[in-house]
Design a protein. Structure first.
Length: 473
């Protein structure tokens, strides 16, 4: 027989008078113990419960936040982080995985049993009373810890996946934004060149009427007008699907309004890339990339899974107490005696299905091998992607300097000289058209290079694991 302090019993079971919770009443003591165990389990759960989810959860501001009319790339990235549903889903997957950790490390619920004699074979036999039991199953040493370790690794992988989703979103927003800005600028340049060709066509017609030019010049001008008009309309019509793509990564409706006049890609600030060789960048990516860290956490999870599968060969242990009341000895108890019993119990599971356990180990080892190969493949993908992104950034820088610093100014100068020469009859109209085409081609190539450079810079950040210091985007 056992007892609990009377004050505890009175607090846990208000209906039970505290003064009666004494050693001579084992049933009440057993009930007090059960209530104390339940209270302790509740306190442990409350201690391990995660903090409430913040109201500022990613992806929950859908259709409720207005985008500034003159939003720049940094504002768009912040808007997307708050509104993009994929990032919000990654966040909730992380929180769900984190909440599984205390569940995985918790013991199974204790069992309470009650036995009542429903019928007696011998009517003359004395009534044996009731039986009350409480038991707790304990997994074999190490099983519970391995399950908790697996859940913790899963939560760490989910956290890295959430971080990777955020960085991936930064790249996608930058790519969609620079494409949208480039199309705006390309359409504007095409319209300017169309207006220029309209003016040149008027000059050609005036010279034809004056007998200073041929009909071929007028025809050539009209053909070039048709080509430029088609190019301008094509670029203008691409703005709608480009805007829909940008709105999608922002977490908005495809038809939601966007900045009407985004700055040209060449006029948008992009943080310069520090001078390092490719090997240094690769080492940083392999160290800091959240996508690779996620894969490595999954490898460790499967490693714990193998260890847990090997624990299946060992039994689980159940400890318990049983109180048996002898109804025929009530009068004897009043005299200080009694025949009630308090019995300790130990039971173990019998792990005899070894083929099943062998298969479980084989499955766990196969999953570990798959996770290890997946991590190796992700590392190779990061290396190849970083090589490409570094090339695109450097190539974009080179092309920007070439077109912006040399070819566009020279093409503009060549067009002005050729137009003057055509007016005096010293140049053919075909020379004028070629000069105009070269100027448009170089202008578009300059803005394309700037857009490619901006996108590549964001892609490098995503592969490296975080925006570099000084990156305003």
């Amino acid at each position: 027989m056992f007892s609990l302090p009377a004050t505890i019993c009175g607090r846990l079971i208000p209906a039970l008078p505290a003064s009666r919770c004494v050693a001579s009443v084992p049933l009440r003591a057993l009930a007090c113990a059960l209530a104390a165990l339940a209270l302790a389990a509740g306190a442990e759960a409350a201690q391990r419960a995660p903090d409430p989810v913040s109201t500022a959860v990613p992806g929950t501001a859908l259709q409720t936040e207005a985008l500034p009319a003159d939003a720049a790339l940094g504002e768009l990235v912040g808007f997307a982080m708050r509104n993009n549903p994929e990032v919000g889903a990654a966040y909730h997957r992380w929180r769900a995985a984190a909440d599984r950790v205390p569940q995985a490390g918790a013991l199974p619920e204790p069992q309470f049993g009650l036995g009542i004699v429903l019928d007696q074979v011998d009517d003359d036999a004395r009534y044996m009373g009731e039986r009350y039991s409480i038991s707790q199953m304990f997994p074999w040493f190490g099983k519970l810890g391995l399950r908790e370790d697996m859940a913790a690794r899963e939560a760490s992988a989910a956290a890295r996946a959430y971080e990777s989703a955020r960085l991936g979103l930064l790249e996608r927003v930058a790519g969609a934004w620079f494409e949208y800005a480039w199309l705006h600028q390309a359409a504007d340049k095409a319209r300017e060149n169309l207006q220029l060709m309209q003016r040149l066509e008027s000059v050609a017609r005036a010279r034809y009427r004056a007998g200073a030019a041929s009909q071929a010049d007028v025809t050539r001008a009209q053909v070039e007008l048709g080509r430029l008009d088609n190019q301008w309309r094509s670029l203008r019509d691409q703005l709608e699907p480009a805007g829909a793509s940008l709105n999608a990564v922002l977490g908005r409706s495809a038809h939601a309004p966007l900045p009407a006049s985004p700055p040209a890609p060449s006029r948008q600030a992009v943080a310069p890339l520090p001078q390092k060789d490719d090997q240094a960048w690769l080492e940083r990516a392999l160290r800091d990339s959240p996508a690779l860290a996620e894969a490595r956490h999954q490898v460790e999870r499967e490693r714990h899974s193998v260890a847990l599968a090997r624990k299946a060969y060992y039994p689980d242990i159940t400890l318990g107490l049983e109180y048996a009341r002898d109804a025929s000895a009530r009068m004897a108890r009043m005299d200080g005696g009694g025949a009630d019993m308090l019995v300790g119990m130990v039971s173990v599971s019998i792990p005899i299905r070894r083929k099943s356990y062998d298969a479980g180990v084989g499955e766990a080892e196969a999953r570990l091998a798959a996770a290890d190969r997946r991590a190796a493949s992700r590392g190779q993908d990061i290396e190849a992607g970083l090589k490409r992104a570094l090339f695109d950034y450097r190539d974009g820088e080179r092309r920007m300097q070439l077109y912006g610093g040399t070819l566009v100014p020279k093409a503009r100068q060549s067009l002005a000289v050729t137009e003057t020469a055509y007016g005096t009859g010293e140049a053919d109209f075909s020379d004028l058209v070629d000069a105009q085409r070269a100027l448009l081609e170089f202008q578009l190539a300059h803005e394309r290079a700037a857009a490619d450079r901006g996108h590549a810079r964001a892609r490098i950040d995503a592969l490296l694991g975080a925006p570099l210091p000084g990156d305003d985007s």
